[in-house]
Design a protein around this ligand. Structure first.
Ligand code: ZN
Length: 237
């Protein structure tokens, strides 16, 4: 009997480019690998991206995480709501204060969406249909800034007797995303009050109405001279 070559991806056994393409793209569309590819392209300061990366990897030192590593804890409860055990999923997504911050984000751009309980899926689905991929990377920048600001607020409560304030978390995330755009884009001429108060300004940046040109990293360093390390900016808020 003669051996024949069979393409296992098609019932007919015949090779086709479309099946090969589907096979390759199916692999790259795996949300687990896709999430980090998108994260590193997201428009936010590097230290903020690092916090989001740690959160997505489940590496934030939450009380649940520390307890699992054998650190003895006085309380396992979420420092913000004091109602549930503090896990990454809780503090960033499920906590009533976190939920309030995410609602403010959607209200800001006049949209609503189903919110996932999984951090990676939440990040992937933080997406505006009217925007290009490039502009969605700015919108995802808001996502990573929210993560960072929730964590900063949590630390203020734990270490400096701060009080929980969902509005403040949201406003700080707006400020961080505005600062990034101000420092890194040519055509971004909005004042901070326009950015936070004027929904049409935000939508212009996040829709196809206005082209946003990113300043290459090295040019930005020369122009503003703000970088002083690989991970932080002088004057960052
Ligand atoms: Zn909570």
């Amino acid at each position: 009997m003669e051996d024949i070559q069979v393409w296992g991806k098609e019932d007919s056994g015949m090779f086709s480019v479309s099946a090969a393409y589907e096979c390759l793209t199916k692999h790259s569309a795996d949300p687990q690998s896709e999430v980090y590819n998108i994260l590193w392209k997201t428009k936010a300061f590097p230290n903020v991206l690092m916090t989001a990366w740690r959160a997505l990897r489940g590496r934030m030192p939450t009380r649940q995480c520390l307890s699992r590593r054998g650190v003895s804890m006085n309380s396992m409860l979420c420092p913000m709501c004091q109602l549930e055990e503090e896990s990454s999923q809780h503090i960033f997504l499920l906590c009533k204060y976190a939920q309030r911050v995410w609602s403010e984000c959607f209200k800001w751009v006049g949209t609503s969406t189903v919110q996932h309980n999984d951090l990676k899926m939440h990040f992937l689905n933080f997406y505006l249909f009217q925007a290009t991929n490039k502009q969605n990377l700015i919108w995802k920048g808001v996502w990573v800034n929210v993560i960072r600001c929730i964590w900063d607020q949590r630390n203020l409560i734990v270490f400096q007797q701060g009080v929980v304030d969902a509005d403040e978390i949201f406003q700080k995330a707006q400020l961080k995303s505005w600062l990034w755009l101000k420092h890194r884009t040519h055509s971004f001429n909005y004042s901070f009050s326009d950015w936070v108060l004027n929904q049409s300004s935000v939508l212009e940046v996040l829709s196809n109405k206005q082209a946003v040109v990113f300043i290459p990293w090295m040019m930005q360093r020369q122009k503003y001279g703000l970088m002083h390390s690989n991970l932080g900016f002088v004057g960052e808020v």
